[in-house]
Design a protein around this ligand. Sequence first.
Ligand SMILES: Cc1cc2nc3c(=O)[nH]c(=O)nc-3n(C[C@H](O)[C@H](O)[C@H](O)COP(=O)(O)O)c2cc1C
Length: 298
Amino acid sequence: MAEFIPKKGPAVIRSADSNQLSDRYRDAVLINYRFLGNVVPDVSFTLNGRTFGMPIMAGPINSKPEYAQAAADAGTVYWMGFHDAEAWKQVLALGIPAIRVYKPLADNSRLMEEIRYDTEHGALGYAMDISHGMTVYGEPDKQSEQFASKTEEDLKLLNDASPLPFFLKDVQSVHDAETAKRIGAAGIVLSGHNNRFPCSVPPLMFLPEARKTVGDDMLIFVDGGMNTGYDIFKALALGADAVLCARGLAAVFAKDGAEAMTVKLLELKAELKGAMANTGSPDLKHISPDSVRVPKYY
Ligand SMILES: Cc1cc2nc3c(=O)[nH]c(=O)nc-3n(C[C@H](O)[C@H](O)[C@H](O)COP(=O)(O)O)c2cc1C
C-alpha cells in the first residue's frame, strides 16, 4: 500500500517560503528620513526593570555559553532554545541576562519544574515557541519529548508559575495575541520561526495589527531577517519594542567567533542610532510610525 512519509523539516516550495516572503515585505518598507531639529538619540532598552544598551537581542539559535557571553558583552539579552539544559545552567551561573524558550511540552509539570529553577537562578524571563505544538503535517510534534498545542488554561498556569515575565514566541495571529493578553503574558514575539510553516504572514506585516490588539502595555518583539539597523528601525517604527536576531548573529559567530559577534551587535546598534538620529527619533518611545512607508501594492 502506498504511503506518504512526512519529510523532515518545513514543507518548502519556493513560492511559499515564509522567510522569502518576510524578506520581500521587510525590504519593501522604506524609511522617511527627516534632517531638521535632530539630536543624538538614546537607544537604550529596558526589560523587567533592567536597562540594556540596545533593543536588539540574540535570538534562540545557539546554546553555546560563548555565544551567550558575546551578546552580554555587547550589552544585550540572550535567548536560548529548550534542548541543552546543561548549557542553560552555565549561562545562568555566568550571570548572563537570558531568557529560555521552552518547547510546548505536553507535560506541564515538567515545564513548571524548569520555570521554578529559572526563577530561583536569576533568569531574566521565560518564553514558549508555540508553533511547535503541531507539525506542518498536522500531528502533535515530538522531539526528545512529546509536545502539544497549548490551551489558554495551560498558558495561564505557566504564566502564573513565576513572577518573571513570560513571552509567547511565534505569534502570527490576532487569536494568539489576544490569548497572550488574557493570560497576562508580558509580551509576544512575532516570528515565522525560520519558515516553520509555508505561506505565513510576514511578521512586519502583522505588527501594526498586533500592536492594536495587545495595546501599549504589552511588549512586542519581532524577528525574521533583522540583519541591519535599518531593518530594526522599520520594526520599531511599525510598533515593536525590540527585535531578536538569530541566523545573522549565528552566521557571524560560526565564521569569525564570539568577538566578531559582539562587534556585529554593536554595528547593528550604530546603524539603528543613525536611522533614529536622521528621522527625528530621540529615543525608542519616540519613533514615529510616519518614519516608514509601506508601498501601496502591499
Ligand atoms: C538552526 C536554528 C535553530 C533554531 N532554534 C530555535 C529554538 O530552539 N527556539 C526558538 O524559539 N526558535 C528557534 N529558531 C528560530 C529562530 O530563533 C528565529 O525565530 C528564526 O530563525 C527567524 O529569525 P532570524 O531571521 O533572525 O533567524 C531556530 C532557527 C534556526 C535556523
